[in-house]
Design a protein around this ligand. Structure first.
Ligand SMILES: Nc1ncnc2c1ncn2[C@@H]1O[C@H](COP(=O)(O)OP(=O)(O)O)[C@@H](O)[C@H]1O
Ligand SMILES: [Mg+2]
Length: 357
């Protein structure tokens, strides 16, 4: 009998569009002889919809659907309820969930909490790992304990900007030289991230970041190559992939949203030329960081390799990394001999074998 997989995509985060592309890739590459799919799309407004097929994701028409599909939180049922317009409903039994959601309300532990309540196995990190990894400030606190280098930073809260802007700017300027990177503690796809070279730009950057989160990080700029590593496995047995490099288009100020998704000149290079031992050092840190945050299933861990010093500097961990056909995570595992179909299968198998709490 086939395993029934519920794939959830879209979502209320600023990374909604990327999620739809990742989901279409996963749906089309899933072994249909083994898995039966049920598709649920969450609109930007937060409406849950039953989606008939992947074509409706690709042409965007799924958002016009009329049938609501929701999880029953009842752990004895393990079902999705599809509500019809006439007030009747249909119940679809589910074996496992594959949340293909990036960012808030998807990668941050909130929806994972719902699956826990419903007693449903699900792909990827649990509540704690998701929440810690989504919040860059908390990730830093954990990684600090591992002794892995990170960019120096100042934490800024929205109320500090409201109540004492001058004092807050003075504090940042005393701690960090310009240019600085300003980012929301919880965001992704470079949304709300900007580089500031002076006080006025810093004010502007803080205002942009606070639209995404009331907690903001201001970091020293690391002049480095951007190297990423995939992790697959369990907290206790985390396997690191080979590494890849991001080459932002030369006309981009940094790897911002446009450079990531709209600029064909941005490139990803698998197994880039690196100084001796650096790839292994990065792989070692990646699996250690994954385990330290209680990671499960998958994550992509991102680093800088500082140009002048060759120092490996941790940047961030993504517990549901981009999963499009040109995304780094599936490309790295493909290089390791795991085709995307096999990778998806392993992720679902891991979810089904996860030890109960
Ligand atoms: N401290 C930093 N020094 C240099 N570049 C940075 C720094 N922080 C972020 N960046 C640049 O901004 C991009 C997005 O920041 P990141 O922290 O990865 O946030 P996101 O979660 O949105 O991907 C990075 O890929 C990098 O190009
Ligand atoms: Mg990033």
């Amino acid at each position: 009998m086939s395993t029934k997989v519920a794939i959830i995509f879209g979502g209320q985060s600023s990374e909604h569009e990327v999620s739809c592309i990742s989901a279409a890739t996963i749906i089309k590459n899933m072994d249909t002889s083994k898995y039966d799919q049920v598709l649920i799309g969450i609109t930007k407004e937060g409406k849950w919809l039953f989606v008939e097929n992947v074509g409706r994701i690709e042409d965007g028409s799924w958002v016009d659907g009329h049938r609501t599909a929701v999880f029953s939180p009842d752990a004895t049922k393990k079902e999705i309820l599809v509500l019809h317009r006439d007030g009747t409903y249909e119940s679809i039994g589910i074996d496992v969930v594959f949340p293909v959601l990036h960012g808030l309300y998807g990668e941050d532990g909130t929806i994972q909490g719902l699956f826990e309540m419903a007693g449903l196995p699900y792909v990827g990190c649990g509540v704690l790992a998701s929440a810690v990894s989504m919040d860059k400030l908390f990730t830093k606190i954990i990684v600090e304990h591992l002794g892995v280098a990170q960019a120096k930073f100042e934490e800024v809260r929205a109320y500090q900007l409201r109540e004492d802007l001058e004092g807050t700017l003075d504090r940042i300027e005393a701690a960090l030289p310009y240019p600085v990177f300003v980012k929301p503690s919880q965001a992704g796809s470079s949304k709300g991230v900007s580089k500031a070279a002076n006080r006025q730009e810093l004010i502007d950057a803080l205002n942009v970041a606070r639209e995404h989160d009331s907690k903001i990080l201001v970091e020293e700029t690391i002049n480095g190559r951007e190297i990423e590593c995939g992790v697959l496995g369990t907290t206790n047995h985390a396997e690191a992939s080979c590494v890849g490099e991001i080459l932002a288009a030369s006309n981009a100020a940094f790897y911002d949203y446009d450079a990531k998704y709209n600029n064909a000149d941005s490139k990803t290079v698998v197994n880039p030329e690196l100084p001796d031992g650096k790839a292994d050092e990065i792989r070692d840190y990646a699996s250690k960081i994954f385990s330290a945050v209680d990671g499960f299933g998958l994550a992509r861990v991102d680093f800088f390799l500082e140009r002048e010093t060759n120092r490996v500097v941790f940047n961030e961990i993504n517990t549901l990394p981009g999963f499009t056909s040109i995304s780094m995570y599936p490309m790295l595992w493909n290089e390791m001999g795991k085709e995307i179909k096999v990778l998806i299968d392993e992720l679902i198998e891991l979810a089904l074998k996860r030890e109960p709490k």
